[in-house]
Design a binder for this molecule. Sequence first.
Ligand code: AP5
Ligand code: MG
Length: 189
Amino acid sequence: MDNIVIFGAPGSGKGTYSTALVKEFGYNHISTGDVLRAEIKAGTKLGKIVKGYIDQGQLIPDEHMIDILAGVYDSMLDGPGVIFDGFPRTIVQAKALKDMLQERGEKITITINLNVSEDVLMERLLRRAKIEGRADDNEETIKKRFKVYYNQTYPLIEWFKNEGVLSEFTFKGDTNLIIKEIIDKVASL
Ligand code: AP5
Ligand code: MG
């Protein structure tokens, strides 16, 4: 089974390229952001806990995230693979993911790192704000999300490198070209 981590800053295209990989390879997709937003929408206990963090652009504490992840992953074990979009975001989460996969005889197949400059990210997220109206897509919160990314998540690149699973992508060109490049990479695994 393929276990693919799509990694990058807010707005780097994690969701966009995950959707393309799902379509091409029939993978299951875990977007922790989508899972959390669904909990908020459904008004669950967890949703009430996480809302404040998301609205402030902060990460949800690791212990909540790790429990959620294992539950969702176990419902996907029958498929050809899983895409992790937005997880891991801390070293603690990365180690927990490694352990969870190991317990199930699995490992990370590849981490696709999306490098996009901050001004392009801001532009994209402000454009998306007008279409989707996500609560955390406003300039102030986006800046906080960038800061959280660089402080807590970006250091994971070294961790992935040490694990020997990092694949760097600095994309130029339009979305379709990038999708093709990512699909070719995954097809060659
Ligand atoms: P999450 O939902 O994961 O948000 P994020 O990381 O900020 O990323 P986004 O979803 O905003 O962007 P994306 O990379 O998916 O880009 P997209 O494809 O949409 O997390 C939200 C919050 O949940 C976090 O802040 C945190 O509070 C919490 N959370 C989630 N996971 C957690 C965890 N593991 N631990 C703790 N807390 C957690 O693309 C963006 C836009 O750009 C789209 O409109 C798209 O159409 C466009 N676009 C994409 N590619 C291109 C291109 N090549 N050219 C032009 N436009 C493009
Ligand atoms: Mg997303």
